[in-house]
Structures are given as C-alpha cells and as structure tokens.
Write a protein that binds this ligand. Structure first.
Ligand code: ADP
Ligand code: MG
Length: 292
C-alpha cells in the first residue's frame, strides 16, 4: 500500500498590489457618501471638506458632494461653517454662483451642480490669460460678489482655485469661509490671498473681497501672485509681521496691462481697506477692456 500522495506546496510569488491612495476617512468609489449619492471619484481632499464626483440616484445625473471630513466632524466651529455654506448657497441663486441642490446635516454636507471646464487656477498655471479674457471674467466676479454683498455676505476666499471657468463663463464656488462684515477669525483665508484685515480678524467688509478679486485678476494676467512670498500678513506668520512695511507692488508689465487697469489693481491692493475702490469702480474700469 502506498500512502497518500503528498503534493508539495507550490510557492506562488506574492502578487504585488500597488497601494491605492485613498485618503483616510474618505468614501471609496461605488459606495454611498450620502443616501442616494454613489461615489464616482474623490475630486478633492481639502483641509476641512472632501469633495466627490457622485451619481445622484434621485436626479439621475452626476452631482458634486462636498462633505465635512470625518476627522473634523467633532469641531463645532467647522460644523457651523459648513452649515453656513449650505445655508447661504441654498438661499441665494445667481448665474455666477454654484447651485446647491441639497443641504445635509448628518454628516454636514452639500450637494452641488456639476460644473464643467476647469478652475482658473488650473488654467493660469501654464499660461496667463489675455486682458480681454481677464476683464471678462472679472466682470462676472464683480456681478456675483456684488450680489453676495447686497445680501450682507462676504466670500472671503476669492482666488483662482475657487473660480470655475467653462468656455468663458465664470462660476464662483466654495463658500466655506463665507461670513458677515465685521469681525472674523484672525488668519482665516488662504495664504498668499488673504487681505491684511483678514489676518487681523477685524474690519472685514466688501473691500476684503475686492482684495481677493484683485489678487485673482493679477494672477490671471501674470500667472503670479501679486506679492509673491512677501505677503507679510501670511496666515501662519501673520501677527508678528503685521506692522512691517507693505510688500512690494505686483509686477504688471505695461505691455500686458494698460495704465487704468494697472492703477485699478494697485488701488484694490491697498493695505487700508477704506482706500480700495468699490466693485462699481472695478466694473467701470474693466468693462471697456472686456470687449476689446
Ligand atoms: N460644483 C463643482 N463642479 C465641479 N468641480 C467642483 C465643484 N465644486 C468643487 N469642485 C472641485 O473641487 C475642488 C474643491 O472644492 P471647494 O468647494 O473649493 O472645496 P474646499 O473648501 O475644500 O476648497 C474645487 O477646487 C474644484 O476643483
Ligand atoms: Mg476651495
């Protein structure tokens, strides 16, 4: 009698599975991020919010779901800010403001229309825009910022990453820092873009968004931030530096930027918010250049 055949184990080399980079706490494709919203892909893993491209089962279309990050849901200030973003977007409607379909409380989240095109940040990364295009997008931003201001809201994070451009049409997104005029949390804003009064956290007003608009337009025209690394009020080091001299004015070559636009942008970037022009002045200067 022969014993059972002993089959030697076959040594299979381990299959190398490339690591899938799914940030911790985010929802993988195919799962519901909110009831009725199935993740297609993660668009952005921000400091506070995760933003997804998702199938919207009720509407039978794609939508964008912006949800408070799991690891920040126990911070009352951040939860309140997300609720405020939902409240403002759900109560206001404007052709150049992203549309909000739903606001959720648990988890704090928004469901937004899907915008085509690209962010202005992506557009200007390689190549600046011409004057007419920049003026055209500036006018659209003036329109939507004026609307927010008439409703007593400030955007407080106007920058190319929060502006979506699709075939010349501009949509302002990301109201995560939206607030009322007056006091704010010192340093709230994006480094390189926030106005001096945002660094201080006092004296916020429509002029604060005029500053953000001007920074955005300078970046559109030059692909550079107006103050480069010299933004003395940058949000991390701001307080000890607030009293230093203002940074050098941005470089705006005469060949690219006519005198009136240059003067406008420089006055929009005055350290004192009271010295900056209003949105109507910005519109008056930009208008003739948009149709050139
Ligand atoms: N409605 C939308 N349609 C298309 N893309 C969007 C939309 N909303 C946001 N995004 C993309 O997701 C990114 C993050 O969204 P944003 O609202 O700016 O969130 P955060 O508060 O994290 O900055 C944007 O820069 C943009 O690329
Ligand atoms: Mg943003």
């Amino acid at each position: 009698m022969t014993g059972p055949v002993v089959v030697p184990p076959v040594v299979v080399p381990p299959v190398v599975v490339p690591p899938v980079v799914v940030p911790l706490g985010t929802v993988p494709p195919g799962e519901q991020v909110l009831p009725g919203h199935v993740v297609v892909s993660l668009l952005s893993h921000g400091r506070r919010m995760d933003t997804y491209d998702a199938h919207d089962l009720d509407r039978g279309c794609r939508s964008v779901v912006k949800v408070l990050r799991e690891d920040r849901r126990n911070e009352p200030r951040v939860v309140a800010a997300t609720r405020r973003e939902g409240e403002v977007l759900a109560t206001l409607a404007h052709p150049h403001l992203v549309r909000c379909y739903e606001v959720h409380d648990e988890p704090p989240a928004l469901v937004l229309e899907v915008l085509g095109g690209a962010t202005l940040a992506a557009l200007v990364e390689d190549e600046p825009l011409g004057l007419a295009d920049t003026a055209g997008l500036g006018l659209q931003l003036v329109s939507v910022l004026g609307y927010l201001h008439r409703h007593d809201w400030l955007h407080l994070d106007v920058k190319p990453a929060n502006v979506v451009v699709d075939a010349g049409r501009v949509t302002l997104i990301d109201l995560s820092l939206v607030g009322r005029p007056g006091e704010g949390r010192p340093g709230a804003g994006t480094r390189g873009y926030l106005a001096p009064e945002q660094a201080r956290g006092s004296g916020l007003g429509p002029a604060t968004d005029v500053w953000g608009l001007a920074v955005t337009l300078v970046e559109a025209l030059t692909s550079e931030l107006p103050h480069g690394d010299e933004a003395t009020w940058d949000s991390r080091r701001r307080l000890p530096l607030l009293h230093r001299r203002a940074p050098r004015p941005p470089r705006l070559p005469a060949a690219l930027v006519p005198d009136d636009v240059r003067d406008l942008l420089l006055t929009c970037l005055r350290t004192d918010p009271a010295a900056r022009p209003g949105l109507d002045d910005v519109r008056r200067v930009l208008e003739p250049h948009a149709h050139a």
